[in-house]
Design a protein around this ligand. Structure first.
Ligand code: ADP
Length: 191
């Protein structure tokens, strides 16, 4: 199995790139943000729980997120591997992912981070908010808060996998195709 973590701040292009990488490498794309939005759209108990956190730009509590992620992986038992997008976002999520994969005799193969300037991120998210209908993209204060949460709680995830010699970074500025090519090179080198 190939288990790849696509990492980076909100708006760094993880979702866009993951969709293309999914078909190139024949992996299943797992976006916790998309999974939450699906639950919210269907007004499930999980969706109702997640909604307020998301709209304020906070993280959804780990136990909710981890359980949902495990269900998604278990529902795809015949997958060749996974691209994790937006997960793990905290150290407890890293530990939960590692021990969960361990129960399947599996592990994370690599983490690749997209490096993008902060002002570019704000511009991209506000632009996405014009058409996506995502409440967390329509308000600059919420966007700034998501970037702060990323720095305070999520950036450490890079170091967690770097200690295991699994982390690397690619330049996330440029066209979608340029970034896709850089990611493909990094994946081919690391998997
Ligand atoms: P972005 O990466 O652009 O912020 P996502 O769609 O990945 O967008 O996530 C949107 C929101 O969903 C986050 O701000 C957070 O509230 C919630 N979320 C997504 N993934 C996680 C996670 N792993 N842990 C906690 N909350 C999460």
């Amino acid at each position: 199995m190939i288990n790849l973590i696509l990492f980076g701040p909100p708006g760094s292009g993880k979702g866009t790139q993951a969709k293309q990488l999914e078909s190139k490498y024949n992996l299943v794309h797992v976006s916790t943000g998309d999974l939450f939005r699906y639950e919210i759209g269907n007004k499930t108990p999980l969706g109702l729980k997640a909604k307020e956190y998301m709209n304020a730009g906070h993280l959804v509590p780990d136990e909710v997120t981890i359980g949902m992620l495990q269900n998604k992986v278990n529902a795809n038992s015949d997958a060749k591997g996974f691209i994790f997008d937006g997960f793990p976002r905290t150290i407890p999520q890293c530990e939960a992912l590692d021990s969960f994969l361990d129960t399947k005799d599996d592990q994370v193969n690599c983490l690749i981070a997209l490096d993008v300037d902060e002002e570019e991120i704000v511009t991209r998210l506000l632009k996405r908010g014009e058409s996506s209908g995502r409440p967390d993209d329509s308000n600059e204060e919420v966007i700034r808060n998501r970037i702060k949460v990323y720095k305070d709680e999520t950036e450490v995830v890079y170091g967690y996998y770097d200690k295991k010699k699994l982390s690397s970074t690619v330049d996330g500025m440029g066209t979608i195709d340029e970034i896709f090519d850089r990611l493909s090179v990094a994946i081919d080198e690391n998997v």
